[in-house]
Every structure is written in structure tokens, then in C-alpha cells.
Design a protein around this ligand. Structure first.
Ligand code: UD1
Ligand code: UDP
Length: 373
């Protein structure tokens, strides 16, 4: 039997985390020959994911440049992907999410009339500047893709409202939950690995409540980051909680938040590999973040999330009560964080376990849909 050639494209940390379980399962499924292309939009941060999941890209475009600008990055990815697609001649390209890699790889496939499947399709805020540029990246991708793997019914409804044919949409759950469950039920179950993580992160021993922080969104560069930084300094000064902040490698992030390094109760650390980060999430009191993925993972672990963004494309966990939007205003962040630290009832109301983003079988559903084609 001839196998169908699938080219899976990733470029950044979250794409690699969310595509790794799918790629591994597709490689094991009959009827497919799977090639993996990393655009290298991220370098070290995607390398960590490849190492952890033992993935070796067949193509690596190594496009990352220091403090890269969007137009130049887009141009490098389109050009590089054009060559990879011409050489590998896939029957289908699979992309994920809403990064520049996602949108530019989709365009390159379209220019060679290769069908595109979009994993994590249909997320919307309806505000093209928040998140920026991701809202446009995912819309462009969804216009071109002919297989839309929507993580939730809300995402499906968003696509239907844009007149995407219902037959092209499959509601699958989010593959990040597959990655999370693989990690929780795999390496994190191993007592030896668990002990190593405890030794590596002694400050997560439960002595002081840990606030797990990440922050990187382009629309918050400058003033937004400065407001967040002021809130973190004040939270550290309380003395009854620690800030654990694996800081993104983006120089626009580091230039603002590096001042926190000198403060007591702050652990400003390098980006963690996924195993370390899942461990940190499972040990923290709550997460304070602007990340998309963490909004999806933390509810499955029963951890409240304060989201430092004006809007979110992930309304399901907000509706479930585990995620709250706090924006980047110092006073609002302080007020909501203090509530979770001081008010037991408020904390418990937000810390119930919810799985609005999946049951760990998203990859299975995507593969079943690919097999039906
Ligand atoms: C990108 C995505 C964003 C996603 C985020 C996940 C775009 C436009 N943005 O944002 O949607 O949420 O990844 O983290 O696609 N850098 C390194 N090493 C790394 C990674 C980044 O040094 O491993 C530095 C480089 O100087 C790079 C800069 O960070 O130029 C920005 O990287 P970029 O991918 O453009 O933006 P992110 O903020 O990471
Ligand atoms: N993550 C990680 N190490 C870290 C911080 C985050 O492995 O130090 C994981 C996190 O669990 C989630 C993903 O990275 O799965 C989120 O990536 P990021 O916040 O960079 O991007 P976004 O989700 O906002 O696009």
C-alpha cells in the first residue's frame, strides 16, 4: 500500500510541544510517511522540546535571528518552506496554532497547491491587535486550510460563523492535553525522575506559596511589561510567596524583567524543558501568565490562572471559573494575586480540576480523520 506523505511543520516551543504527541503517534500509525520540518523560528527553546520528546527534524531552516522582526521572519519562513515543500513533495502539510511559522508555512503550501491541515484551528478574539500578530496568523491559516482540527465546540462555532464548511471541521480536543497526560503518566510517574526534579527545584517544596510566572506577548512590549514587572516586585516584597519565573529568551522580555533577579523571593530562571515546567505547574499555588498553552494546561491540574492579557481566545476555562483575565495593570494584578494568596474560599473556587480543552485523545481523533480522507 502506498503511504501518504505528511509534512508536519513546527517553529516555536508551543508548536513543538503540541505537535510532538501527534507526530509520534502518526509515525507509528499505518499508511503514513511523516517528515518533520522545523523552521527554527525558536532555537534553544524548541531544541529543549525535541530533546525531551526524542524528535529529530528532517528539515531545519534555522531562520531565527536575534530580536527578529515580523516581516523579515515571515519572508525567511515562506522562502525556506517553499524549498522544503518542493523537495519533499508532501500530500498534505500539517501546521499548528498561530505563529509566524504557522501562517508562512501555510502560504508556502498554498503557493504549491498542497492541502493544509490546521491543528488548533478556530481560536479567535476578533481583535487583530490582541494577540498580535497571532489573531491574523490563525485567520489566514484557517482561510487556506481544508482540514480544521478545532479543539473545542466554541472554536468550531467560530469557524462556522466565518462560513467554513462544516465537513472540513473536526472537533478534536487540544493536543496539549495529550502532551500533558503523556508527561504526567510517563516520566513524572517515575520516582527517580521525580526525585531529580525535587532536588533541582528545592524552592518548590511547598514552604512558601509559589507563583509561576511567564510573560512574552508582543502586544505587551514596553509599558505592559513594565506594569507587570512592578506588580511582580510588589508581590515579592510581601515575603509570604515566591515568584518562579522561567524567563523567555526574547531580548525584549529580558531587558525589562532582569531587574527582578536581585530581589529576594524571586527565582528568575532559564526556560524550563516541558518536564520541568509541568512539574513546576503541579507544585505552584497559581500561574500568572500571558501564555496560551498554560491557560489550557493549568485547569487540568486544578491550578488557577491569572491571565495578563486584555482578551483571550480561550473562553472555556474563564467560563469554568479557573482562569481570570487581569490585563497588565499593576494594581489589578496585585489585587487578584493577593486574593488568591489570602482568601482560601476565593482560591478554592478557582482551583477545581477542569478539562475544557481535551481528554488526551485529540491526536487519535486527528489521525482517524486523516485516515478517513
Ligand atoms: C513566538 C510567537 C508567539 C508564541 C511564542 C511562544 C510569533 C510572531 N510569535 O513569540 O505567537 O506565543 O513564540 O514562545 O510567531 N529567542 C531566542 N531563543 C529562542 C527563542 C527566541 O534567543 O529559543 C529570541 C530571539 O532573539 C528572537 C526573539 O526571542 O528573535 C523573539 O522570538 P519570536 O519567535 O519572534 O517571538 P516570540 O516572542 O518568541
Ligand atoms: N513551557 C515550557 N517551559 C517554560 C515555559 C512554558 O515548557 O519555561 C510550556 C508550557 O507548559 C506550554 C508552552 O510552553 O505548554 C507555552 O509556550 P509559550 O508560553 O512560549 O507560548 P504560547 O502558548 O503563549 O503560544
Amino acid at each position: 500500500m502506498l503511504s501518504r506523505k505528511i509534512l508536519a511543520v513546527v517553529g516555536t516551543r508551543p508548536e513543538a510541544i503540541k505537535m510532538a504527541p501527534l507526530i509520534r503517534r502518526l509515525q507509528a500509525a499505518p499508511g503514513f510517511s511523516v517528515a518533520v520540518c522545523s523552521t527554527g523560528q525558536h532555537k534553544e527553546m524548541i531544541g529543549q522540546v525535541f530533546d525531551l520528546f526524542a524528535l529529530k527534524p528532517d528539515f531545519d531552516l534555522s531562520v531565527m535571528q536575534h530580536d527578529q522582526r515580523l516581516s523579515a521572519l515571515t519572508a525567511r519562513v515562506v522562502r525556506g518552506m517553499d524549498e522544503v515543500i518542493a523537495e519533499s513533495k508532501p500530500d498534505r502539510v500539517l501546521v499548528h496554532g498561530d505563529t509566524t511559522t504557522t501562517m508562512a508555512a501555510t502560504l508556502a503550501a498554498f503557493y504549491q497547491q498542497i492541502p493544509v491541515g490546521h491543528v488548533e484551528a478556530g481560536l479567535r478574539t476578533r481583535n487583530i491587535y490582541s494577540p498580535w500578530p497571532e489573531e491574523i496568523n490563525r485567520r489566514v491559516t484557517d482561510v487556506i486550510a481544508d482540514r480544521l482540527y478545532a479543539p473545542t465546540e466554541t472554536a468550531r462555532a467560530n469557524l462556522l460563523a466565518e462560513h467554513v464548511p462544516d465537513d472540513n471541521i473536526v472537533v478534536t480536543g487540544n493536543t496539549v492535553i495529550d502532551a500533558l497526560f503523556d508527561t504526567l503518566n510517563g516520566p513524572l510517574r517515575d520516582p527517580k525522575i521525580h526525585k531529580e526534579l525535587e532536588a533541582k527545584f528545592p524552592f518548590l517544596d511547598g514552604g512558601k506559596k509559589a507563583i509561576l510566572v511567564t510573560c512574552h506577548r508582543r502586544e505587551s512590549y514596553g509599558e505592559g511589561f513594565r506594569e507587570v514587572c512592578a506588580a511582580l516586585s510588589e508581590l515579592a516584597r510581601r515575603g509570604d510567596a515566591i515568584i518562579v519565573f522561567p524567563i523567555h529568551r526574547n531580548p525584549n522580555v529580558r531587558s525589562v524583567f532582569s531587574v527582578l533577579d536581585k530581589l529576594p523571593n524571586v527565582h528568575l530562571i532559564e526556560p524550563l524543558d516541558y518536564l520541568g515546567f509541568v512539574y513546576a505547574m503541579s507544585r505552584c499555588h497559581f500561574a500568572l501568565t500571558d501564555s496560551g498553552g498554560i491557560q489550557e494546561e493549568a485547569p487540568s491540574l486544578g491550578k488557577p490562572v491569572l491571565v495578563m492579557r486584555a482578551v483571550t481566545e480561550r473562553p472555556e476555562a474563564v467560563a469554568a471559573g479557573t482562569v481570570k483575565l487581569v490585563g497588565t495593570d499593576t494594581a489589578t494584578i496585585m489585587r487578584e494575586a493577593a486574593l488568591l494568596l489570602d482568601d482560601r474560599d476565593a482560591y478554592e473556587a478557582m482551583s477545581a480540576v477542569h478539562n475544557p480543552y481535551g481528554d488526551g485523545k485529540a491526536c487519535e481523533r486527528i489521525i482517524a480523520s486523516l485516515q478517513e480522507e
